[in-house]
Design a binder for this molecule. Structure first.
Ligand code: ADP
Length: 541
């Protein structure tokens, strides 16, 4: 028997309609390239999104077409976040930090028809202009008529907006229609596209706003430092509108001093960004203290938040930290870590143990950890397994690729490629990525844990650990280390005896190579692919 409820499509335009109807006066502010603040309201956003949807029609964008954006976090980018899906097309957020060949690859792979470019980033895009095949129009914003560019078929955003009507009927009636396309940054291979639907993004928005997750309300002032070109800015452009939260968009101003100033002056309650940003902000606040008392929760994800940094924020600055884990393929929110009632009686250091973990799966995300044989392993806080997830906002394939068993299991789970333990009380702790894990004689050695062990040594500045082939054990760990300048030399034996105090003997690296620099990817993670290649070529000794 079928239920007797309305067939109400979950589409992105519903989110904007809600914000305009209920919170028309709430503000959205952008720090412009010249440092001044642009301010308008959700009602203004609504009118401009409708105009922009008409602009897209006029440019010949049709339902299903991919439209690229190459921009910082600003109000124009936000308008595109609503207008493109509202017109039935697909917003393809281009990562401005991709290497040129990867940028050309993703534009061509997605076959973007129009690309909207923040003119402050024009030189970066022009580098790849000659390799782009599909784009018919470019539209520039944050610039005026005097702009010079080698791009063909260029229009100015505000010129097109001025000519367009603000009357528009949203196009999408089927909630399963694609609305967004986001490529992974390719840490582990060619970038792969995740294609979100209206339904998946709508449900993610509700999932992110649950009280046990971000719990955004109309009282919040949200500062998305996480870029709108990376994992949909964690969905904040949509969850803020649903909650009626005020938004502060930092534009290109991501330096710690500028962020500290915005947090103080705009009375930000929820700043959101990766650990590196909060590390720099903490240092800035040490030197130039500012008022951070309005922060309700400092949201952090994208990489592990160091425990010492969580402690510094909470103890010294009285700022509570929400550590989250996610991926582009998860729209991106998967888990969040905050204390539950049964943790409150624990001694302080055990509470930090909990906050350091990536946390429990949010309602809407199912999770399991699995061994090499594909069997589920227990949630005992010790046994490592590959993290697999399923749920309504999790990818079931990659754009234009066959759903390979490397990424998706036959019984419908997404293989994250992360390796973790899960405690009895459901807190996941990431220990590695499957590709980086060292499998030595049937035992798993976490490269990340070993790296952290090495980096705790006072003479080691950076350390990366890779698996090297070994006849007897299959694989053995090797470390590549950069020493603190002028701290003096240290030998492999010294480092290994330092590690021996914390780790089982079979975890100790067989070799340690000392280098000047560790290669990094476009998003600043250790590039272990390059390290493995260098080892195979005999360049690491
Ligand atoms: P990629 O880095 O592969 O391009 P994403 O930007 O989507 O892809 O990053 C997802 C990955 O980032 C996760 O699979 C995980 O390895 C890592 N990650 C995200 N959040 C955390 C966290 N809180 N702690 C540790 N690792 C994290």
């Amino acid at each position: 028997m079928q239920g007797l409820m309305m067939d109400y499509p979950l589409t992105i335009d519903r989110i904007l309609e809600h914000a305009n109807r209920i919170y028309p006066r709430k503000k959205i502010s952008t720090k412009l390239p010249d440092g001044s603040m642009h301010r308008y309201t959700y009602a203004n956003l609504y009118g401009r999104v409708k105009r922009l949807a008409n602009v897209l029609d006029k440019l010949g964008v049709e339902p299903g077409d991919r439209v690229g954006t190459f921009a910082w976090n600003n109000y124009q980018h936000l308008e595109l976040y609503y207008a493109i899906p509202g017109s039935g097309a697909v917003i393809h957020t281009l990562n401005i930090r991709l290497f040129p060949e990867q940028l050309a690859y993703v534009v061509n792979h997605a076959e973007d028809k129009v690309v909207f470019i923040d003119a402050t980033l024009l030189p970066l895009f022009e580098k790849v202009a000659d390799e782009i095949e599909s784009v018919q129009h470019y539209v520039l914003f944050n610039t005026d008529a005097g702009v010079e560019t080698k791009l063909p078929n260029v229009s100015l955003y505000e010129d097109l907006m001025a000519e367009a009507s603000d009357d528009y009927n949203w196009r999408v009636t089927d909630e399963n229609t694609a609305m967004g396309l986001c490529y992974t940054s390719g840490t582990t291979g060619d970038p792969k596209g995740t294609l979100y639907s209206h339904r998946s993004m709508y449900l993610h928005t509700m999932g992110a706003n649950q009280a046990n997750v971000l719990a955004l309300t109309e009282r919040d002032v949200v500062l998305p430092v996480v870029p709108m070109f990376h994992a949909m800015a964690w969905g904040l452009p949509y969850s803020c509108a649903f909650a009626g939260a005020e938004m502060i968009l930092p534009g290109p101003h991501l330096q710690p001093a500028a962020l500290a100033e915005m947090i103080a002056e705009e009375k930000v309650t929820v700043p959101a960004g990766v650990p590196t940003i909060w590390m720099m902000l903490y240092q800035e606040l040490q030197e130039n203290p500012r008022d951070v008392s309005h922060i309700r929760v400092l949201t952090v994800g994208g990489a592990a938040m160091p425990r010492a940094l969580i402690e510094s924020y909470e103890k010294e600055l009285d700022v509570s930290v929400l550590h989250a884990w996610g991926m582009t393929e998860l729209s991106p929110i998967g888990t969040v870590s905050q204390l539950q009632t049964h943790h409150l009686a624990l001694p302080e250091h055990e509470q930090w143990d909990v906050k350091e973990r990536q946390g429990y799966p949010v309602a809407g995300v199912e999770m399991r950890i699995v061994n090499e044989a594909g069997e589920e392993v227990s949630w005992d806080g010790i046994t490592m397994g590959e993290v697999q997830v399923r749920g309504p906002w999790i990818a079931k394939g990659y754009y234009k690729l066959d759903a390979s068993p490397d990424h998706f299991t036959p019984d419908g789970w997404f293989r994250t490629g992360d390796v973790a333990t899960i405690s009895e009380d459901a807190y996941m702790h990431i220990t590695d990525r499957t590709k980086d894990l060292v499998k030595s004689g049937g035992e798993w050695i976490s490269s990340v844990v070993l790296e952290n062990g090495l980096m705790a040594h006072p003479k080691v500045m950076e350390a990366a650990v890779i698996a090297i082939p070994d006849e007897r054990w299959g694989e053995r760990p090797m470390a590549v280390a950069v020493l603190v300048p002028e701290a003096g030399a240290v030998t492999t034996e010294e480092l290994n005896s330092y590690l021996a105090a914390k780790f089982a003997k079979f975890w100790l690296p067989d070799k340690i190579a000392f280098v000047d620099e560790i290669p990094k990817t476009s998003v600043g993670k250790f590039d272990k692919k390059v390290l493995r290649h260098r080892y195979a070529e005999g360049q690491l000794g």
